[in-house]
Design a protein around this ligand. Structure first.
Ligand SMILES: O=C(CO)COP(=O)(O)O
Ligand SMILES: O=C[C@H](O)COP(=O)(O)O
Ligand SMILES: [Zn+2]
Ligand SMILES: [Zn+2]
Length: 324
C-alpha cells in the first residue's frame, strides 16, 4: 500500500522514526521490501535524481509497482530525494510519487521560501506530501559539494518562519550530520541541543534527518580485508541516537551509504571467496538477504519494528474519516 509521508508521520510522530532508503536497482528493491516485512515496519523508498538517470525513472516505477504486488503486505511511501523544482513537478504529475523533497536550501532564505511555496501548491493539489530543507549539511549531496566550514546548522527561529511561509509538510534540518561515509571527527554526534530548539518552535511538526547512516566500523574493515581501500577513519551516526531523535520529532531518517557498504562488502567477499565465479546471481542472492536483514535491524533501532498493522489500520481510518 502506497501512503503519503504526511499520513505516515501522523502515526509515527513522537513515537518512532521511519527509515528512508535510496534504491537504484532490483536487488535493493527486493531487499528493502523483504526487510520491511521481516521487521513488520513501514518504510520510505527514496529515489534520487541520480537513480532516475541511472536506472531510468520508468524502470524504477515499474519495479516498485511490481514489488507492490509481490509484497502486498508492505506499507511504504514513494519519495523523490533532493529534488529540484522541475523534477518535483515531473514526480507530482506522474501520479506515482506520494511525496517529494524540494531542496532549495542552497538558495538564500527568500528564494528557498519562494520555490518551496510553488512546489507545495502543485503537490498539495494532487495530494502529494512535500519535504523541504533549511540549513546545509556538509559533504556531497547530489551534484553539490558543501566544503567543510560552509555547512550551516538550521536556525530554529528561521525554521518556524520557513514552515509558516511555505506550508511544507516536513522539514529536513541540518543538525550536525552529513552525507556519505565520513561524517564526524572525534566525538561529535547529532546536535540534540539544536534539535530540541527546533521542536520547541515547531511542536508536532515532522522533522527529517538526512545523512544518518551509521557507517559500521565492521563493514569498513570487512570491505578493506576483501580488497577495498576505504579510509578507516570513516564514521557515521550512532544508531542508538535514532530513537532519541524520533522522540524529539524526527519522523524520517535517511540511510543510503550503509546500504552501499552492505553491497560492497557482499560483492567483494563473494568474489574473493569464489574467484572462479562469474554468475552475478550468486552475490545478488546474498545481497538481497543481507540487505533485508540490514533493513530489519534499522527498523529495530528506529522503533518502527512491529508497527506495520497499527500503521496500516490508522492510515485506513484516517482516510475513512477524511472521506466522510
Ligand atoms: O541523506 C541521505 C539521502 O538523502 C543519505 O545519507 P547517508 O549518506 O548518511 O546514507
Ligand atoms: O543524498 C544523496 C543520496 O545518498 C543519494 O545519492 P545519489 O545522488 O548518488 O543517488
Ligand atoms: Zn540540501
Ligand atoms: Zn540527503
Amino acid at each position: 500500500m502506497i501512503v503519503t509521508a504526511s499520513e505516515l508521520f501522523k502515526v509515527a510522530y513522537g513515537k518512532f522514526a521511519v527509515g528512508a532508503y535510496n534504491i537504484n536497482n532490483m536487488e535493493q528493491t527486493h531487499g528493502l521490501f523483504r526487510g520491511g516485512i521481516q521487521s513488520q515496519s513501514p518504510f520510505i523508498i527514496q529515489i534520487s535524481k541520480g537513480a532516475r538517470k541511472y536506472a531510468d525513472k520508468r524502470m524504477l516505477e515499474a519495479m516498485i509497482r511490481a514489488a507492490e504486488t509481490i509484497y502486498p503486505e508492505a506499507v511504504f511511501v514513494v519519495h523523490l530525494d533532493h529534488g529540484d523544482e522541475e523534477t518535483c513537478y515531473d514526480c507530482i504529475d506522474s501520479g506515482f510519487y506520494s511525496s517529494v523533497m524540494i531542496d532549495a536550501s542552497h538558495e538564500p532564505f527568500e528564494k528557498n521560501v519562494e520555490i518551496t511555496r510553488r512546489v507545495v501548491e502543485r503537490a498539495h493539489a494532487k495530494g502529494v506530501s512535500v519535504e523541504a530543507e533549511l540549513g546545509m549539511l556538509g559533504g556531497v549531496e547530489e551534484d553539490v559539494k558543501v566544503e567543510e566550514g560552509h555547512a550551516c546548522l538550521t536556525d530554529p527561529e528561521q525554521a518556524k518562519e520557513f514552515v509558516r511561509l511555505t506550508g511544507c509538510d516536513s522539514l529536513a534540518c541540518a543538525i550536525g550530520t552529513s552525507h556519505g561515509a565520513y561524517k564526524f571527527k572525534g566525538k561529535q554526534s547529532i546536535r540534540f541541543d539544536v534539535l530540541e530548539k527546533i521542536q520547541k518552535n515547531l511542536p508536532g511538526f515532522p522533522l527529517v534527518m538526512h545523512g544518518s547512516s551509521s557507517v559500521p566500523k565492521s563493514e569498513i574493515m570487512r570491505i578493506n580485508a576483501a580488497g577495498g581501500k576505504l579510509d578507516p577513519s570513516a564514521c557515521g551516526v550512532d544508531d542508538n541516537e535514532y530513537l532519541p531523535a524520533a522522540k524529539l520529532g524526527v519522523t524520517k531518517i535517511n540511510i543510503d551509504t550503509d546500504g552501499r557498504l552492505v553491497w560492497t562488502r557482499v560483492h567483494r567477499e563473494y568474489f574473493r571467496d569464489h574467484p572462479e565465479e562469474f554468475d552475478f546471481r550468486g552475490p545478488g542472492r546474498v545481497f538481497m538477504t543481507e540487505y533485508a536483514n540490514f533493513i530489519a535491524s534499522r527498523s529495530e533501532k528506529l522503533g518502527s519494528a512491529n508497527t506495520l498493522s497499527e500503521v496500516r489500520n490508522s492510515i485506513l481510518e484516517l482516510r475513512k474519516n477524511k472521506a466522510a
